[in-house]
Ligand binder design. Structure first.
Ligand SMILES: [Zn+2]
Length: 189
């Protein structure tokens, strides 16, 4: 239709599909990029295109990477004896941003054979402690037991993040102090 704002509305709808962005924010962002600062709009558009075309999963830990192996898996100065198991690649960003941990990571996307064999491959490289940084819940307690059973051939100590992390709350919603405390005061499982 002549005179309509179809393309603007399409942008608003697309932005509104992002997590945490409501309709009002979507309109504000779209208006800013289209009418007030088109340079920012172009910059964002370019950055999104590049990121989508480049970023994939690390073939070893499952974290985010621009190459086959991520910078953490490649970093020989990191403690390879400690392996932190997280639920999402995003949790690695969180723990890294806060410099809470200097070991290696593994993203537990599922409990299927492929995922378990990836985990075993990492553990074989000399892991001696597994730290579970999973959302505290009854089902994740079962996940931990399952993994301990799967890795029973290896001699490993197991711990999980402790006090300060309420049941059912995912890592991204925990404040830094609580997360630091939870990692420091990890408990044996
Ligand atoms: Zn990696």
């Amino acid at each position: 239709m002549r005179g309509s704002l179809d393309k603007f509305n399409k942008l608003v709808d697309a932005l509104g599909e992002l997590p945490t962005i409501g309709k009002k924010s979507a309109i504000r962002l779209a208006y800013h990029m289209v009418m007030r600062d088109s340079f920012i709009g172009m910059k964002i558009s370019h950055a999104i295109e590049e990121a989508l075309g480049t970023i994939k999963r690390c073939s070893s830990c499952g974290g985010m990477s621009e190459d086959d192996l991520c910078h953490i898996c490649c970093d020989e100065s990191r403690d390879e004896y400690a392996l932190c198991i997280v639920e999402n690649a995003k949790d690695i960003l969180l723990l890294e941003e806060n410099g809470l941990f200097d070991g290696k990571y593994f993203v537990l996307e599922s409990l299927d054979e492929l995922s378990m064999s990836m985990l075993e491959r990492i553990v074989k490289n000399g892991t001696s402690e597994i730290i579970f940084a999973l959302t505290p819940s009854v089902s994740n307690d079962a996940v931990m037991l399952y993994i301990e059973d799967k890795l029973s051939d290896f001699s490993l100590n197991y711990s999980k993040i402790a006090q300060g992390v309420p049941t059912g709350v995912s890592l991204e919603n925990i404040d830094l102090l609580s997360l630091t405390r939870a990692l420091k005061n990890r408990v044996k499982v």
